[in-house]
Design a protein around this ligand. Structure first.
Ligand code: ATP
Ligand code: MG
Ligand code: MG
Length: 550
C-alpha cells in the first residue's frame, strides 16, 4: 500500500524508501549560516526538516554552515541554538561545516587527482566574463589544462598562504558550454586571509557553499537535503560532486527543493534585516516588529503558533506570498486558548462614582478565562478609570458605550450612569461623575438588568501604571502586498506607538517577562523584557479582530 504524505517532500521520501534506498532510515539537517538571527522563513525550514525526521522516525542535525569567515560570529550561533530549542525541536547531532575543513580539503585534493578540478589564475571579473550568458556558451580558462601535479602543488601552496586573496581559485572542471551556468567550471575554493570565528587563522582558503554543502551532507550521512528553490539549478553540481567522489546513488544525499516563505509587509533576507538593525531603524534583532524568531518571541508569539503557521502554509514547489494576517490568525487562536483575561486601560479617563461610599474598597470576583476558568478579585472603589474612547459627549447613533445620561455595565462590577461631564478651562473632558446601581452586580436584585454596553475599567487607587507599546507593520506595501526592492523607502513611520501612562489592574504586579494576557476588549499583550519591579512594559502581540480572509 502506498503511503501518501502531507506534502511532496514526504512523498518523495516515501518513494525512496519504497525503492529500498536509504535503508538505514532518513536523516535531515537544518543548515543555517551563523551570519544573522533566524527569521520566520527559517522557522518553515526548521519545522519541515525536524518534522520529516519525526514523521519518518529519522534524525535531524543542526549544522552551522560557517564557511564565510568575515560575516559570521558566535553571537549568531548562540541565538540560532536558542531559537531552534524555543520552537520546540531537539537536534540529534550538532555540527559545524568548519569542523570538516580538513576533510573538505582532502576531497578537493581527490578531485584534482581525478582530473576533475584545477587551479585557475583568472581574476573574479575575468571568471565572470568567461562564464558566458544564458544564450552564449562560456569560454574555457587558459589554466584549465594544468597537469594534476601542477594543480596539486598550487592548491597546496594556496593553503600554505603563499598567495594573496583573489589571485587563485580552485575550480571544478565540468563543461563551459553547459546550458546550466552553474556547471560552467564553478569555483570550489577561494583564498581569504581572514580570521574564522572557530578556526582562527588556521585556514586561508575556504570552500564555497556549493562545494561544502553536498560534502558536509555526505559526511553526516544526510539522506534528504531539503533546501529552497533557488538551489534547484545547483542540484546538478551537488550530484556531480558526489558522483565524482564516488558516493553511491541511493545511499548518498538527495537534494529536494521547496518554495521559500514570503510574507506581506515583511522583508525576510538576513541582509535586509541587518540593514534595519545597523541603520537604527529598529532597536535590535529582537525588536518586536522584526520577523526574526527572537523578535516574534519578544512580541509575544508562542512556539505553538509558529509551528501551526508553518503547518498551515504547507510545503510547495512554487514561490508565493503569504498574507501576514494568517500568521496573526495563528497566534490569536493560540492566545485565545492560553492567555488569561485581565483589565487594562490604555488611555485613562477618570470616573468618580458619586454615590459610592468614600474610603471603601470592595473586591469583586473576576474570571480569568472563559473556558478554563480560574478567578481573582479585582478592587473597586469610588474612583476608577475607563478608556477615554469609551465616552462620547456627542455620540453617533448606535454608540453603546458611555454618553451623557447613558448607562453601561462595568465588567465584573456594576451598572453606572453618567450624570455630569467635568471639563477644564479649555473645554477638555477631565473626568466624569457617575452614579452606580448598588444592586446591579452579580447576585444583586437588578443584576439581570439589560444595558447595551460593557466596559473594562480599573480601580484608580490600586491600578498600576504601565508602558504599553503598540505596533503596526514595519513596512508598507503596495496593494498586492509586495515591498519595493528599495525597502527602506517603504518603512512605516507609525510602526511603533508608545503609551507611557496606561493603567492596569493590580493583579499584574508580580508578573514575569514573557507572560501573555488578553487585555479585555483591547487585544493580546506580552510582558516585555524591559519590565522592572517599578516599571511594567507590555508589547501588543496582536489585536482581537481577525483580518485573515480564509
Ligand atoms: P537569507 O537570505 O535570509 O540570509 P539564507 O537562505 O541565506 O537566508 P541560511 O542561514 O543559509 O539563510 O538558511 C538556512 C536554511 O533556511 C536554508 O536551508 C534555507 O534554504 C532556509 N531558509 C532561509 N530562508 C527561508 C525562507 N524564507 N523560507 C524557507 N526556508 C528558508
Ligand atoms: Mg544560505
Ligand atoms: Mg543569506
Amino acid at each position: 500500500k502506498e503511503n501518501i504524505g502531507s506534502n511532496f517532500v514526504e512523498n518523495a521520501i516515501n518513494e525512496d524508501l519504497k525503492n529500498e534506498k536509504y535503508t538505514e532510515g532518513i536523516h535531515t539537517r537544518f543548515p543555517p549560516e551563523p551570519n544573522g538571527y533566524l527569521h520566520i522563513g527559517h522557522a518553515k525550514s526548521i519545522c519541515l526538516n525536524f518534522g520529516l525526521a519525526r514523521n519518518f522516525t529519522g534524525k535531524c542535525n543542526l549544522r552551522f554552515d560557517d564557511t564565510n569567515p568575515t560575516k559570521e560570529d558566535t553571537e549568531y550561533v548562540d541565538s540560532i541554538q536558542e531559537d531552534v530549542k524555543w520552537l520546540g525541536f531537539k537536534w540529534d547531532e550538532q555540527h559545524y561545516a568548519s569542523d570538516y575543513f580538513q576533510r573538505l580539503y582532502d576531497f578537493a585534493v581527490e578531485l584534482i587527482k581525478r582530473g576533475k578540478a584545477f587551479v585557475c589564475d583568472l581574476s573574479s571579473d575575468e571568471i565572470r566574463e568567461y562564464r558566458g550568458t544564458l544564450t552564449e556558451p562560456g569560454k574555457e580558462s587558459p589554466y584549465r589544462n594544468r597537469t594534476v601535479e601542477e594543480n596539486l602543488d598550487l592548491f597546496q601552496r594556496m593553503k600554505a598562504g603563499e598567495f594573496p586573496d583573489g589571485s587563485h581559485v580552485l575550480r571544478a572542471k565540468i563543461d563551459m558550454a553547459s546550458p546550466n551556468i552553474t556547471m560552467r567550471d564553478p569555483v570550489l575554493y577561494r583564498i581569504a586571509h581572514a580570521e574564522h570565528h572557530r578556526t582562527g587563522n588556521e585556514w586561508c582558503i575556504y570552500p564555497m557553499y556549493d562545494f561544502a554543502h553536498p560534502l558536509s551532507d555526505a559526511i553526516e550521512g544526510i539522506t534528504h537535503s531539503v533546501c529552497t528553490l533557488e538551489f534547484e539549478e545547483h542540484r546538478p553540481l551537488y550530484d556531480w560532486l558526489l558522483e565524482s567522489l564516488g558516493f553511491e546513488v541511493g545511499k548518498r544525499p538527495r537534494q529536494i527543493e521547496f518554495a521559500r516563505l514570503n510574507l506581506t509587509n515583511t522583508v525576510m533576507s538576513k541582509r535586509k534585516l541587518r540593514q534595519l538593525v545597523e541603520g537604527g531603524y529598529v532597536s535590535g534583532w529582537d525588536d518586536p516588529r522584526m520577523p526574526t524568531i527572537s523578535g516574534l518571541r519578544r512580541r509575544g508569539y508562542t512556539p505553538a503558533a509558529l509551528r501551526d503557521f508553518c503547518e498551515r502554509i504547507g510545503v510547495a514547489k512554487s514561490n508565493s506570498l503569504v498574507d501576514v494576517a494568517m500568521l496573526e490568525h495563528c497566534v490569536r487562536e493560540d492566545l485565545n486558548e492560553q492567555a488569561d483575561r485581565v483589565m487594562a486601560v490604555l488611555e485613562p479617563l477618570k470616573v468618580v462614582i458619586t454615590n459610592y461610599p468614600e474610603g471603601q474598597t470592595e473586591y469583586l470576583e473576576a474570571e480569568n478565562h472563559p473556558t478554563r476558568g480560574g478567578h481573582r478579585f479585582v478592587p473597586f472603589s469610588r474612583e476608577i478609570y475607563i478608556e477615554r474612547e469609551d465616552f462620547e459627549e456627542n455620540p453617533p447613533k448606535k454608540f453603546f458605550r458611555l454618553k451623557p445620561d447613558g448607562e453601561v455595565r462595568l465588567k465584573h462590577a456594576y451598572i453606572i450612569k453618567c450624570e455630569e461631564v467635568i471639563k477644564d478651562a479649555d473645554g477638555n473632558i477631565v473626568e466624569l461623575h457617575c452614579t452606580y446601581d448598588p444592586e446591579s452586580k452579580t447576585g444583586g436584585a437588578t443584576a439581570g438588568r439589560k444595558v447595551k454596553g460593557t466596559l473594562h475599567w480599573v480601580d484608580a487607587k490600586s491600578a498600576l501604571q504601565a508602558e504599553v507599546r503598540l505596533y503596526d507593520y514595519l513596512l508598507l506595501t503596495d496593494e498586492n502586498g509586495n515591498t519595493p526592492d528599495d525597502f527602506l523607502s517603504a518603512l512605516n513611520p507609525n510602526s511603533l506607538r508608545v503609551i507611557k501612562d496606561a493603567m492596569v489592574e493590580p493583579s499584574l504586579k508580580h508578573i514575569a517577562e514573557g507572560t501573555r494576557y488578553q487585555f479585555l476588549r483591547k487585544g493580546y499583550f506580552c510582558v516585555d523584557k524591559d519590565t522592572t519591579p517599578e516599571h511594567l512594559v507590555f508589547n501588543e502581540v496582536v489585536g482581537l479582530r481577525d483580518t485573515w480572509a480564509k
